[in-house]
Design a protein around this ligand. Structure first.
Ligand SMILES: Cc1ncc(COP(=O)(O)O)c(C=O)c1O
Length: 434
């Protein structure tokens, strides 16, 4: 049996192997990204051992002088980047940010309108997710497959009919901006509070390449900070609303849904905000261009891509219908075996019964863009995907080609400092274990 020391070292070995695996793979999961070296370094600091309940200047613990400065800087940078009035950087993930908003803005039994799961809605907005946990009654917006967006007329009708306390927008399969402006009359007539979940598109909003929800009617935005926004696994809430609404959101965050707000990842968020202020626009532009190039290539390869009439996407995400190519499960697994990592996904006509073998694949361009892939490399990625799912080529051969393509791109871009992507940061050298 392994000694306890061996068990500890085995965990470390697993982490190193995991890093190597991702270094060698073509990484296309639409909800992931890699951090900059400065942001990664923050995860290893003493911030990760401390508590700072409350708000800057109003804490329940001693020892928070530097945390107060950190959190205040983060709020200032974030409000500058997003044009928000308020920022709460304490939610420890996108789901926790959502719970904070739900807790702050609703009471059990209230009505809420949400994007449908099959139209890309996130589980936290589902009856069996955070929305259900709060005991809310939820209604789905109708979804239009052609435009890959909520149906505007049906959504206006739903909001006017149900008069929900809160209307939530934003999906996990998010190809096109939500037509918030078209819904403004319905919002005004019913007094619904508009909440936009930007988990997927926060980096595109930061880079001014998607939509600006806070100037299109949203009062609050929740988000993860590790998808198109290339920071640590953490969450954030932005607000442009009356002060009393914001105070309720803040109480929903603490004491509603976090105690310790993971100060090391908040520091990494701070570094990423500064880097986004500097590089965010170019990064977002390149990400969207790469997504469109990849979609075009896959379509030329004969793969059915959704959103065709609108240029496939205006975000980092593209979606393929692979029912004729063996289905989502088989395609995603074959691609993984070939060194191409993405995920199977429900498409608008699927029901949750199909969640283990849905019709689609969801593909994101943000991570490969972050290490310098441009349109010509995205075309190569498209051909490799087709080699596997259309031409059914040998997985080992494709894996070698994927590895070769990735090996030319070793550095994290759009950030301060130079750092090899997917490298393992070592605090202790090998001798330290003797
Ligand atoms: C739209 C949306 N909201 C919320 C979340 C949850 O974020 P997290 O994983 O940070 O809890 C996700 C995650 O994928 C998402 O896509």
């Amino acid at each position: 049996m392994d000694s306890n020391r061996d068990l500890a070292l085995n965990i470390r070995k697993l982490a190193q192997e995991h890093n190597d695996f991702f270094r060698q793979s073509l990484t296309l999961i639409a909800s992931e990204n890699i951090m900059s070296p400065l942001a990664m370094e923050m995860l290893l600091t003493d911030f990760g051992s401390r508590y700072a309940e409350g708000l800057p200047g109003h804490r329940y613990y001693q020892g928070n002088a530097f945390v107060d400065r950190l959190e205040t800087m983060i709020m200032e940078m974030s409000n500058r980047l997003f044009g928000s009035q308020y920022t709460d950087p304490r939610p420890i993930s996108g789901t926790v940010a959502n719970i904070g908003i739900i807790y702050g803005l609703t009471s059990p039994g209230d009505m809420i309108t949400v994007p449908p799961l099959s139209g890309g809605g996130h589980i936290s907005a589902a009856k069996f997710g955070a929305v259900g946990l709060r005991g809310l009654t939820s209604f789905d917006y109708p979804f239009d497959v052609e435009s890959m967006n909520i149906d505007v007329d049906g959504t206006i009708k739903l909001i006017k009919e149900k008069k929900p306390k809160v209307s939530l927008f934003g999906q996990s399969v998010f190809l096109f901006p939500t037509p918030l402006r078209d819904l403004q009359d319905a919002f005004a007539e019913t007094g619904t509070k508009v909440w936009y979940d930007a988990a997927h598109v926060l980096g595109l909003i930061a880079g001014k390449q998607f939509q600006d929800p806070l100037s299109e009617g949203a009062m609050v935005i929740s988000a993860s900070t590790h998808k198109t926004f290339p920071g640590p696994q953490h969450g954030i809430i932005l607000g442009k609303c009356q002060e009393d609404v914001w105070k309720r959101v803040q109480r929903g965050v603490f004491p509603g849904s976090v105690s310790n707000h993971h100060l090391n990842s908040m520091a990494a968020l701070g570094v990423t905000l500064a880097e986004e202020l500097e590089f965010g626009q170019k990064y977002a532009e390149d990400t969207v261009e790469n997504a469109r190039t990849l979609a075009q290539t896959l379509a030329e390869e004969g793969i059915k891509m959704l959103g065709e009439n609108n240029g496939y996407t205006k975000s980092h995400t593209i979606v393929a219908d692979v029912r004729d190519l063996g289905g989502g499960k088989r395609c995603a697994e074959d691609l993984e075996d070939s060194g191409i990592i993405l995920n199977k996904n429900l498409l608008p006509w699927d029901t949750s019964r199909e969640s283990q073998n849905p019709s689609g694949l969801r593909i994101g361009s943000q991570e490969l863009t972050r290490i310098g892939f441009g349109p010509s490399e995205m075309k190569e990625v498209g051909h490799l995907i087709a080699d596997v799912i259309v031409r059914k080529k040998d997985h080992g051969k494709v894996r070698e080609m994927a590895r070769e393509l990735k090996s030319g791109f070793r550095e994290v871009k759009y950030c301060f400092g130079r750092h090899e992507a997917y490298s393992y940061i070592k605090l202790l050298d090998e001798g330290a274990w003797e």
